[in-house]
Design a protein around this ligand. Structure first.
Ligand code: ATP
Length: 199
């Protein structure tokens, strides 16, 4: 049985917070691989102006290139319309022929919001939830378990040195001409500069 981690997100752009939680989940849970799944149009960010998928994918590929356990999946960017995690997990199960255990990785901010997602009960039937600490958030796991009984006892907490970096902060820094060195991989920093993203 393959054990895979799935990290969904907007990745606009990918940063060391994403890479750190993916690596930590891989090591702590002994995962065979971690798939980074950028959303095409995340349903909760429909009113945001999101960078075209080709740039977000290119930055992800640059960011993970030296980690053989990391892969980028275009499952959501290839699928027209709004991205729902539940559909992605279902499709991944189908692709792997059922012989797969999925660990869906999320930061504490996403855990907080999880009960508002599309079909959260079904998501926890398809995958284990792995919750990574994120500064500024203290999610209420018991509240989540009360809202989604299928999640009770199913949430795997991930211990890691917390990183306060966010894509919002990276975009703000680029816009204001501040340094993003050591917050994103060097190749991603170069790509942002070359393509003049987030100006
Ligand atoms: P934005 O600032 O644009 O909202 P973001 O930095 O939160 O973006 P996303 O692509 O939305 O990044 O995040 C994808 C997933 O990674 C989410 O589950 C989120 O909680 C998690 N994540 C992102 N940054 C961190 C971090 N620094 N620590 C822990 N988890 C994180």
């Amino acid at each position: 049985m393959r054990q895979i981690g799935v990290l969904g997100g907007t990745f606009d752009p990918v940063h060391y917070g994403h890479l750190a939680i993916a690596e930590e989940a891989r090591v702590q849970l002994g995962l065979d691989e971690v798939l980074f799944v950028p959303a095409d149009k995340p349903y909760f960010k429909l009113d945001w102006k999101i960078t075209p998928a080709r740039h977000r994918l290119a930055m992800l590929r640059l960011a993970i290139q030296d980690n053989p356990y990391f892969k980028v999946s275009t499952i959501e960017t290839d699928r027209p319309g709004v991205s729902y995690t539940v559909d992605t997990l279902q499709e991944l199960r189908h692709q792997y022929g059922g012989e797969v255990e999925i660990y869906f990785i999320l930061g504490w901010d996403a855990v907080d919001d999880f009960p508002n997602w599309h079909e959260p009960g079904r998501i926890v039937e398809l995958a284990h939830l792995v919750a990574a600490a994120r500064p500024g958030y203290h999610p209420d796991f018991s509240g989540l378990e009360a809202a989604i009984p299928q999640a009770a006892g199913q949430i795997i907490p991930l211990e890691l040195p917390v990183l306060g970096v966010s894509s919002t902060e990276i975009r703000r820094r680029v816009r204001q001409g501040q340094s993003i060195r050591y917050l994103v991989p060097e190749a991603v920093e170069r790509y942002i500069k070359e393509k003049r993203l987030y100006r």
